[in-house]
Design a protein around this ligand. Structure first.
Ligand SMILES: Cc1cc2nc3c(=O)[nH]c(=O)nc-3n(C[C@H](O)[C@H](O)[C@H](O)COP(=O)(O)O)c2cc1C
Length: 135
């Protein structure tokens, strides 16, 4: 468990599936990320729309930033763009999850890419009701 002196921190980024990466990488990433994040007390949500990723990660600052650095260098996606990172008062998610946005919101992640800061976080939160969860 995190002690009370550890600041809760969050990051939000968007990226694009690498042109040569098969769609099956998404499930593979989630399969490894679930136990790995649990072990580091990192929760959050990875949304995929068939082309773009949007991921929010939350937990202790050093753990979250270290994970972001690893993810940035992952060749399975390109154009990693951090939209927001900063302290967080209370976790948004109780665990790490993968979700898919439905066909009619295909443009949602493309739009998110053009935002940043708190506005981007608000747009991300607004997406949540339309997300299909992979359980
Ligand atoms: C879009 C995307 C999201 C990812 N999310 C996570 C994650 O939440 N947790 C995680 O451990 N790895 C995640 N990964 C995988 C990491 O990039 C990396 O492969 C993994 O942390 C293992 O790192 P290592 O090979 O240096 O041990 C993600 C990769 C991509 C492309």
């Amino acid at each position: 468990m995190m002690n009370t002196t550890t600041r809760l921190y969050e990051v939000l980024y968007v990226s694009t599936l690498a042109p040569d990466a098969p769609l099956s990488v998404v499930a593979a990433i989630a399969r490894k990320a679930r136990p790995a994040n649990h072990e580091k007390d990192i929760t959050g949500l990875l949304i995929f729309d068939g082309m773009r990723f949007c991921q929010q990660l939350e937990g202790g600052q050093s753990g979250v930033m270290a994970l972001l650095e690893r993810i940035r260098h992952d060749a399975r996606h390109v154009n990693v763009e951090v939209l927001h990172h900063g302290p967080l008062a209370k976790r948004r998610f109780g665990r790490f999850s993968l979700g898919y946005t439905s066909a009619d919101s295909d443009e949602a992640l493309a739009q998110l890419e053009r935002l940043d800061g708190q506005v981007a976080v608000d747009a991300f939160v607004a997406l949540l009701p339309g997300v299909d969860w992979d359980t």
